[in-house]
Design a protein around this ligand. Structure first.
Ligand SMILES: C[S@@+](CC[C@H](N)C(=O)[O-])C[C@H]1O[C@@H](n2cnc3c(N)ncnc32)[C@H](O)[C@@H]1O
Length: 220
């Protein structure tokens, strides 16, 4: 069963209970219609994937698509990123965390709704295994600057080359649309380190990356 009932899960989440097996687990926050998550799950049957989506419409669509494509290594929780990070995830339990095109909330009075804050990034670090990676992408130039600043100040991370780290990963639905529109996309990848402060000595995150992957789908 792809869809997990939030009311019946144990807290913190047990991967053995959710997936019935013991494998590394990657988590996508704000999975939308699931283009990225489902393709990644099909590409990696040896791993397990948890998607979190707060919008009922997208959550339902993703579960339906997963069933139609015969994906068995994905579970979906309909809840918020904050509920996941501050209540549900066990410390050091996640192999990779993906936050791809989070809502930019462009109006100033809505900035407080943005997901990427120092507290949330600390919670993401807590949830990751040592060596686990946080992958972020955005098309929104101003939000990209804020993300760069928040990630640049966070401690306990090493900075990875985003082009290398994202290579071979699927495109998201929004990304396909943004590439067709010619919008620049910025990507950030951090790796959880045990050495606090190493991020300062490494190259800056947030390089502009160009994707040359063929586009097969037109709907985000
Ligand atoms: C701009 S869309 C990107 C969807 C997908 N990642 C993609 O790139 O195609 C942002 C998604 O995040 C979801 N979302 C926004 N805030 C969220 C939150 N706090 N918790 C969970 N999902 C959230 C939205 O419902 C939406 O599906």
């Amino acid at each position: 069963m792809i869809e997990v009932d939030l009311n019946t899960v144990t807290c913190p989440l047990s991967w053995a209970e959710l997936f019935g097996r013991s494998t590394p687990v990657d988590v996508e926050i704000g999975a939308g219609k699931g283009r990225f998550l489902l393709q990644l799950a099909l590409d990696h049957p040896e791993r397990s994937f948890l998607g979190v989506e707060r919008a009922h419409k997208y959550h339902a669509m993703l579960c339906h698509r997963a069933g139609r494509r015969g994906v068995t290594n994905v579970r979906m929780l309909r809840t918020t990123a904050e509920d996941l990070l501050f209540r549900l995830l066990a410390p050091a339990s996640v192999a990779n965390l993906y936050v791809l095109f989070p809502d930019p909330w462009p109006k100033k009075r809505h900035h407080k709704r943005r997901l990427i804050t120092p507290e949330v990034v600390d919670a993401m670090r807590r949830a990751l295994e040592p060596g686990g990676r946080l992958f972020v992408k955005t098309d929104h130039p101003e939000y990209a600057g804020v993300i760069e600043d928040v990630l640049g100040r966070a401690s306990g991370w090493a900075v990875c080359d985003p082009a290398a780290a994202f290579s071979g990963l699927p495109l998201t639905g929004f990304e396909v649309k943004y590439i067709q529109e010619g919008r620049p996309i910025r990507a950030f990848v951090l790796e959880k380190s045990t050495d606090v402060g190493t991020a300062d000595q490494l190259p800056r995150p947030g390089r502009l990356i160009h994707t040359h992957e063929p586009l097969e789908e037109s709907t985000p």
